[in-house]
Design a protein around this ligand. Structure first.
Ligand code: NAD
Length: 354
């Protein structure tokens, strides 16, 4: 199986590449434009494997994508490349429209042309797997039912609107042209190699450096958290066994307020890395003006993927967050160069996403 992973140098894309290369029957081509969020260091442990290769390319470049698909004889595209940070989509939506909508369109066109040139079993087995987010469904209140696969789309940020548009394009390329697609919508991921502008790594690193821990509003926004390796496993399973044209919700069954997440990190660090002045890391929490249009709650009904594909997350939030903290404590070689380029979240109001 020759698999093209777009966005392979990003947080989830690199976890997916690490997962896929463990099967020697897979040949993985990781494709990435290497924006500020793409980092080849996240792929260091697999970069010399015989069944892995990296290509620097932009998904908006249809010609380049077409050449890669043919040259690598790709059987499956797993499409993760995207602009992903909600706060950046508020400050500058252009790149989100460009990559998430136009880029997905170009990739679909290249995939369609390539798929039409395949014969017999190769054409039948080909899959275009589009990786998306729970944010396309909008926000829930406390009493609302969780999102399921039939929940109408109601995106509210430029990021989620651009992802919603890309989901619709992917479905249209199936219904109109027959391209064999599957889609997944997943809740918030966390784990090693996450760019430190996102809530969990930003909190861990700021706490380690005894800097303020920014929390939006009063910290009551609720997210469902999934450990990234559970997401990678789910993606592989859906691409292999999911029904063409269907979408699957993926989630952690782990709803937590942002403040609970930050408090938990503080408490674990109090044990592992006490502060010099003996105070709790919780003292560093700083409530900042809320994000404009901040969705209050996301929650996923994952009964379809559990029922049809037998999938459940392995990592609980409590074990996953501890593993994540340990990883950041031990892997300064990965995050220090990024921090040195000034991603400490001082620009807040706007650089804490969840
Ligand atoms: P990320 O920002 O860490 O990585 C995105 C990657 O895409 C980067 O490596 C970047 O260089 C690359 N990229 C951006 N524009 C590109 C372009 N034009 N051409 C090629 N590569 C390009 O994001 P992530 O958190 O790993 O998310 C990956 C995917 O999963 C996204 O599609 C996102 O919408 C989706 N998703 C993320 C989460 C989450 O919690 N992080 C949850 C659900 C779904």
């Amino acid at each position: 199986m020759n698999i093209l992973v777009t966005g392979g140098a990003g947080f989830i894309g690199s976890a997916l590449c690490r997962h896929l290369v463990a099967d020697p029957d897979n040949r993985v081509v990781s494709l990435d434009k290497l924006t500020y969020a793409g980092n080849l260091a996240s792929l260091r442990q697999i970069e010399n494997l015989r069944n892995y290769r990296f290509v620097r390319a932009d998904i908006c470049d249809e010609g380049a994508i077409a050449s890669i698909l043919s040259a690598e004889k790709i059987d499956r595209i797993m499409h993760l490349a995207a602009e992903t940070h909600v706060d950046r989509s508020i400050d500058g939506p252009g790149a989100f429209i460009e990559t998430n909508i136009l880029g997905t369109f170009r990739l679909l066109q290249a995939a369609l042309h390539y798929w039409r040139g395949l014969c017999g079993r190769a054409a039948e087995a080909f899959r275009f797997h589009h990786v998306s987010t729970d944010e396309v469904f909008g926000a829930l209140s406390l009493d609302d039912e969780s999102f399921n696969e039939s929940t109408p789309y109601a995106p509210s940020s430029p990021y989620s609107a651009s992802k919603a548009a890309s989901d619709h394009l992917v479905r249209a390329w199936h219904h109109t042209f027959g391209l064999p697609v599957v889609l997944t919508n997943c809740s918030n991921n966390y784990g090693p190699f996450q760019f430190p502008e996102k809530l969990i790594p930003l909190t861990i690193l700021n706490a380690m450096e005894e800097r303020p821990l920014p929390v939006y509003g009063n910290g009551t926004n609720v997210r469902d958290w999934l450990y990234v390796d559970d997401h990678a496993r789910a993606l592989d399973l859906v691409a292999l066994k999911g029904t063409v044209s269907e979408s699957y919700n993926i989630g952690g069954g782990c709803e937590r307020t942002n403040l609970h997440v930050v408090d938990t990190i503080c408490d674990i660090l109090d044990g592992k890395r006490p502060r010099r002045n003996g105070k709790s890391h919780r003292d560093l929490i700083a409530f900042v003006d809320d994000r404009p249009g901040h969705d209050w709650r996301y929650a996923m009904d994952t009964s379809k993927i559990e029922r049809e594909l037998g999938l459940k997350p392995r990592e609980s939030f409590e074990t996953g967050i501890e593993r994540t903290i340990d990883w950041y404590l031990e892997n300064g070689w990965w995050w220090q160069p990024i921090r040195d380029r000034n991603y400490r979240g001082e620009r807040l109001g706007r650089s804490v996403a969840a």
